[in-house]
Design a protein around this ligand. Sequence first.
Ligand SMILES: *Cc1c(COP(=O)(O)O)cnc(C)c1O
Length: 364
Amino acid sequence: MTLPLRPELAGLEPYGAPQLDVPVLLNVNENPYPPADDVVADIAADVAAAARGLNRYPDRDFLALRTDLAAYLLRESGVPLAPEQIWAANGSNEVMLHLLQAFGGPGRTALSFAPTYSMYPEYARDTSTGWVQGRREDDFTLDPDRAAATVAEHAPSVVLLASPNNPTGTALPLDTIRAVLAAAAQVPGGCVVVVDEAYGEFRRAGTPSALEILAEHPHLAVSRTMSKAFGLAGARVGYLAAAPALVDALRVVRLPYHLSGVTQAVARAALKHSDALMAQVGSLREERDACVAWLRGRGLDVADSDANFVLFGPFDDRHAIWEGLLRRGVLIREVGPPQWLRVSIGTGEEMAAFRDALVEVTGR
Ligand SMILES: *Cc1c(COP(=O)(O)O)cnc(C)c1O
């Protein structure tokens, strides 16, 4: 019996880093701190209240959650947004799939610049959208003129820009994003530019958010997630901000009631505690900067990072380093350009374990 698998899926493995049972997990950029007791108590109480209504479908437009997310973005970035400008789904991965479902499709192209997040080509594949990968510069930045020329050359209907970028940690200046937006505005038939700010809250002081230029650009979408800074990866909540017309297009392709009543309750309960969570982000940023400085002190190359992870190298045999760390109970990620490795920022104790293990493995 042959299954009628789409030929482009033949032989493919599902995406995902190894989920290993190791004491120090520094491989998927999670927040190392579990939700505090008062957050857990609020989530439990609000989920209990939601449970009383689970015989009914949830609010499929989740307006209360969109209102709370808009209020959060105002506090975090200083940018006022209406609830109609917010969209959410089960992780920002689903948000971006919605974008490709609405704005990609057969005969169309999505474009990004490598090295970047390895899920982007998968959204394209799953929506039968063509895929073009431009290149970042050697220091992982984007040259505005070259990026604009790449957009003009390929005339994509969607451009995906991760900022801060995964796996390099590189944030894009607003002028670079503006150059891409200007080129996108010239694409016949239109082009949506998605700035994926999954790590936006970790950006260094003075690094702007693309939210600041949202009002002037109806073809810009800025994607965020509760998985990283918020420490809520297990809840699966991602969202974006964009012009209301762009959000309306996403409402067409979403499955009915895609965001469960439980998910909405969990997200809203956690958002009540955003101030405490932001304080924790500050200490993770400090831990990140210390990690960068320490690795450089060992003579390694380290990409500047505005995220909660650090890309470092070069190693002739990075797999051997990765394995040596794993044998010492520290799981990091073998990802990005050859010779580089990525470590997520953990607690102070976890980072000490990482440093000790790396010294043992590399002898420096
Ligand atoms: C982790 C990550 C996301 C967020 O994924 P969720 O589906 O929200 O958990 C999005 N983009 C990038 C680049 C990421 O690294």
